[in-house]
Ligand binder design. Structure first.
Ligand code: MLC
Ligand code: AMP
Length: 503
């Protein structure tokens, strides 16, 4: 028995699975064969990877997908690394997941080399860490591949929380199947769909909602190596896409590029949008003014939905029927949602409460962190840490319960993680990191700093220092040097007062 994703692909043999516009196209048959070669290569002389973690650092495209499938078919757990992360963040994911193999595109050999060397030298960590480049010749013929039970772990995605360092969210093949089939049913994916994939491939939005849904449905997934507004518009303007999904920041960037285009081309681009059957927004709150402006450009009332790495998608506006601006709709098929107060009691309709979720799509565990896993659940319900209210039968997201969680450009970022890094700067005595509302990024990462006596610090120098350690979206975009941080009577830094400093 193969994994259902693999079985289904066999039905679509000669159909195009992955297309890199103007470069190359690969059929489902190609994907099945190359992923079996990759699985054979990963297995070497063993029969089953038995949930060994395989990290992959590959830009969006066929090699990424074939490697992800190869890992699954060999019985491994895929750990996708972000292709733009600096060394410390890559090292953290590799070490924390205990990866025994890393598959990388040759472009990343240089950044990975010192990490691999350091890990191989520290015997306790990973003396046998194996590295494979996607440019290597693959074995032919292929081996018999193991049977992989759906209850087995499939994926570890790193996500920030309120405890500083990111946690590895583990999903099983069954979880992925539940997440995908729920979306396929709700948004009526079919093998006739063609979607443009422009999202990062180390998060659930890009991996599950776009890539895996497309391949599960036998649809065509068009991949570009990195988001670029001009390229996206060109693909939309070609006029034969049926679906598009993005975070609000991407819609804002697309709108500004459209506005700087001449009126004739604007018409072509808008006509490309109008030919699609669905455009979706998620991963962060979609401001109503963005929704309205996008409607005037594209003719589409964006379908907004709500989800999270740990649960997949939970709430969605309808494909057919009325979509309410500012609301995220109702629970998706197979998903139960409830709102509770601080005591864990259900709140009456119209009152705000924490969103809690139960479904087969809910993750298995935080990787090697049973305490965090246990505290994330209440009576079998996953506690999202997001507040919402139900009005006229529809959920409206009110925000997060913790000020230390920032959403910027669709990325979830822990203020505490950034503070920890900033405190290691030789000039910084104390700091408080907050998210400040921003029309383009949703929130921007801002830092209030107390410096050591007689020290000075510019934003530019702090940013270039921080980029060595943090992903670009975690690097503060604004700093304020203050003599002291605002505190409450208990002496605790009050983040809302810090946010006010930036207004
Ligand atoms: C980048 N820049 C930022 C920034 N990110 N500035 C402020 N805030 C941010 N968050 C700056 C950089 O410093 C740089 O400036 C310039 O923008 C270009 O950087 P870049 O990295 O090239 O940006 P770009 O490619 O334009 O990226 C923007 C983006 C990207 C929106 C395409 O952030 C993105 O792909 N976001 C999607 C994230 C996602 O998939 N989230 C889903 C998580 S799953 P300079 O000055 O250095 O040039 C989830 C669950 C669910 O949330 O519900 O889906
Ligand atoms: P992540 O941990 O990166 O998967 O991010 C999940 C978080 O994104 C959720 O907990 C929400 O805070 C936020 N989120 C996702 N979709 C929406 C939405 N439509 N509106 C508001 N917030 C959202």
């Amino acid at each position: 028995m193969h994994l259902p994703l693999i079985n289904r692909a066999q039905e679509h043999g000669e159909k195009i699975a992955i297309l890199v516009p103007n470069v190359e196209a690969f059929t489902y048959r190609d994907l099945l064969y190359v992923s079996s070669q990759i699985a054979t290569n990963l297995l070497q002389d063993t029969e089953d990877l038995e949930e060994q973690r395989v990290a992959l650092m590959i830009p969006p495209g066929f090699d990424y997908v074939a490697t992800q499938w190869g890992i699954w078919r060999a019985g491994g757990i895929a750990v996708p690394l972000c292709v733009s992360h600096p060394r410390p963040e890559l090292e953290y994911a590799i070490v924390n997941s205990g990866a025994s193999i890393i598959v990388a595109h040759p472009d990343f050999e240089e950044i990975l080399r010192p990490i691999l060397l350091a890990l191989r030298n520290s015997n306790a960590q990973a003396p046998n860490l194996r590295s494979i480049l996607t440019s290597e010749t693959l074995p032919n013929p292929v081996d018999r591949l193991p049977e992989v039970n759906l209850a087995r772990r499939a994926l570890i995605l790193y996500t920030s929380g309120t405890t500083g360092k990111p946690k590895g969210v583990v999903t099983t093949h069954q979880n992925i199947q539940a997440q995908v089939t729920s979306l396929i049913a709700a948004w009526e994916w079919t093998s006739r769909d063609r979607i443009l994939h422009i999202l990062p491939l180390h998060h659930v939005h890009g991996i599950i909602n776009v890539l895996t849904c497309a391949l599960w449905a036998g649809a065509e997934c068009r991949m570009v190596s990195k988001f670029d507004a001009e390229t996206v518009w060109q693909c939309i303007g070609d006029g034969d896409l049926t679906l598009f999904m993005a975070v609000p920041t991407i819609y804002v960037k697309l709108m500004s590029t459209w506005e700087n285009t001449n009126p004739e081309r604007q018409k072509i681009l808008s006509a490309g949008c109008a030919k699609m059957r669905l455009m979706v927004s998620g991963s962060a709150a979609l401001p109503v003014r963005v929704l309205e402006k996008w409607q005037s450009i594209s003719g589409h009332l964006l379908l907004e939905r709500y989800g999270m790495t740990e649960i997949g998608m939970a709430l969605s506006n309808p494909l057919h029927g009325q979509r309410l601006p500012g609301y995220v709709g109702v629970p998706l098929p197979g998903v139960e949602v409830r709102l509770v107060d601080e005591d864990g009691t259900l709140v009456p309709s119209g009152s705000p409460g924490e969103i809690q979720v139960k479904s087969h799509g809910v993750f298995l565990e935080y990787w090697q962190n049973p305490e965090a896993t246990a505290t994330a659940f209440q009576d079998g319900w996953f506690c999202t840490g997001d507040l919402a209210v139900v009005e006229n039968g529809n959920y409206r997201i009110l925000g997060r319960m913790s000020v230390d969680i920032i959403k910027t450009g669709g990325y979830k970022v822990s203020a505490l993680e950034i503070e920890e890094v900033l405190r290691s700067h030789p000039d910084i005595h104390e700091c408080a990191v907050v998210g400040v509302d921003d029309p383009e990024w949703g929130e921007r990462v801002c830092a209030a700093l107390v410096l050591h006596p007689h020290r000075q610090l510019t934003l530019a120098s702090l940013r270039s220092w921080a980029k060595e350690q943090l992903a670009v979206y975690k690097v503060p975009t604004q700093i304020l040097v203050v003599t002291e941080l605002p505190r409450n009577v208990m002496g605790k830094v009050t983040k809302p007062a810090v946010v006010e400093l930036f207004r």
